[in-house]
Design a protein around this ligand. Sequence first.
Ligand SMILES: [Zn+2]
Length: 94
Amino acid sequence: MKFFRCAAYVLFAISLCNLGFSAYMYRELRTPNVIVAPDPALREINEHSMIRDTQILQGILMIHHDREIHPAGKQDMCPLCDEHNRSKNMMVQQ
Ligand SMILES: [Zn+2]
């Protein structure tokens, strides 16, 4: 009979330790203190997205130029208008 009472105490102590450990791990995992070092490639993403947007915009403007939606030589950032103005300036110089 004494053995069973000892076993009950031991099991109770083990369960208390388990409960304490569970509470400790719960608190630790709720507030993660892992510091994630910023990837140096993240800084380039902003620049790359700006370059990509410029290329998309210029593609759209070239389609507009081709369909004559905007008058030739009047649209800013349109590569075909820039080329048009450059060739016109060269013709004026000659
Ligand atoms: Zn144009």
